[in-house]
Ligand binder design. Structure first.
Ligand code: PMP
Ligand code: GLN
Length: 382
């Protein structure tokens, strides 16, 4: 392994899922759902395969998916993108992030990451030969918020991009318009682009709504907006994602993407187009069901003695096991599968400076109710 990738090792998700399998634990670690997406979408994928759509799709992605992605953003956010020049289909949001970073960030320049950050961000910044500047979120009551002073300090003459993830993995925080505006003001002042990871855009709870930073004044022209079918339509294994933005940013990301994967999996693309066009009611029900699951696992964790943070969105809730006598989440998560048959993920895997985060554990709740109830029963033994 080259030196710039050595620090990243194996992803925490792979490590904890392997432990879960080994100990037949309930996997509340890796964020993937255990139910399938809408059946009409699954049928559309089978129809595409049986209909012979099994060769390389076009480089930008199949036209009906690019059109569906553009129409979806117009409907939900009033954001208008030209499907022929402003939308790129990628191999999951992961490749959209990597393509945007490698294709748009110069080596030696700086990328601002908000801590905790999704693990692929730091690794792709390293692959691009760029330098990350991290800004920690801070605890705020039972939730988390952006530290705007620290954020402003992270911007300087070398900053070329910031990656903004809202709704946020792993904390489940939804950034408010005021926080997004603070980021936007800095980006405009310093002429910085935003890579907006919005893969949880539809999974918000308690009536909250998602604002895309691309909708703020002056931001559409400097934002690469990224999303994915994975979490919206319960198909993490299909690896269909996308990015949209002004043509010059899409060209940059595409120039990298074409040599990473060339194109993504063909027959899944028309199926995701079908889902974006026809299955958003299914998604609303899925979000409502996730809210109930959040309540179930949050209640069980509190009952077991954890201090539970507020999860406003996503698949995840963070909890503090210190009242139970555990102050190192990484050690606890390595022990949990063997000890009680539950897998979870330490937040320290998502940060540069583990100190303020070392006690926190992330639990994924996109699981069937029986698994959650059994998981809760096992957690009560801690
Ligand atoms: N960003 C975030 C914040 C995620 O949680 C994930 C995992 N769904 C990804 C990106 C990667 O998405 P995909 O599986 O579509 O590559
Ligand atoms: N996004 C998922 C999570 O945060 C997992 C993705 C992965 O395993 N790389 O758990």
């Amino acid at each position: 392994t080259v030196s710039r990738l050595k620090p990243f090792g194996e992803t925490i998700f792979a490590e904890m899922s392997a432990l879960a399998v080994k100990h037949q634990a309930i996997n509340l670690g890796q964020g993937f759902p255990d139910a399938d997406g809408p059946s009409s979408m699954l049928d559309a994928a089978c129809a595409a395969i049986n209909g012979g759509r099994n060769q390389y799709p076009p480089g930008l992605g199949v036209p009906e998916l690019r059109t569906a992605v553009a129409a979806h953003q117009a409907r939900h956010y009033g954001l208008h993108y030209d499907p022929d020049t402003e939308v790129l289909i990628t191999v999951g949001a992961t490749e959209a992030i990597a393509g945007a970073v490698v294709g748009l960030v110069e080596p030696g320049s700086e990328v601002v990451l908000i801590e905790p950050y999704y693990d692929s961000y730091a690794a792709t910044v390293a692959m691009a030969g760029a330098v990350r500047r991290t800004v920690p979120m801070v605890a705020d009551g039972d939730g988390f918020r952006l530290d705007r002073t620290r954020l402003a300090e992270a911007f300087g003459p070398k900053t070329t991009a910031i990656i903004v993830n809202s709704p946020h993995n792993p904390t489940g925080t939804v950034l408010g318009t005021d926080d997004l505006q603070a980021i936007a003001d800095l980006c405009i002042e310093h002429d910085v682009i935003v890579i907006a990871d919005e893969v949880y855009e539809h999974l918000l709870f308690d009536g909250r709504t998602h604002t895309s930073i691309a909708t703020l004044p002056g931001m559409r022209e400097r934002t690469v907006r990224i999303s994915s079918a994975a979490k919206t339509f319960n198909c993490t294994g299909w690896k269909v994602g996308w990015l949209s933005g002004p043509p010059e940013l899409v060209v940059g990301a595409r120039s990298a993407k074409q040599f990473m994967s060339f194109v993504g999996s063909g027959p899944f693309q028309p199926a995701v187009a079908h889902a974006l066009n026809h299955e958003m009611d299914w998604v609303a029900e899925s979000a409502a069901s996730l809210q109930r699951k959040r309540d179930l696992i949050s209640g069980a964790l509190a009952e077991a003695g954890f201090v539970v943070h507020r999860s406003e969105a996503t698949y995840f809730v963070c909890a503090d096991p210190r009242p139970l006598g555990y102050d190192d989440a990484a050690t606890l998560c390595r022990e949990l599968p063997a000890k009680i048959g539950v897998a979870a993920v330490p937040i320290s895997a998502f940060v540069d400076d583990p100190q303020p985060w070392r006690h926190l554990v992330r639990f994924a709740f996109a699981k069937n109710d029986e698994s959650l109830i059994e998981g809760a029963r096992r957690l009560a033994r801690l």
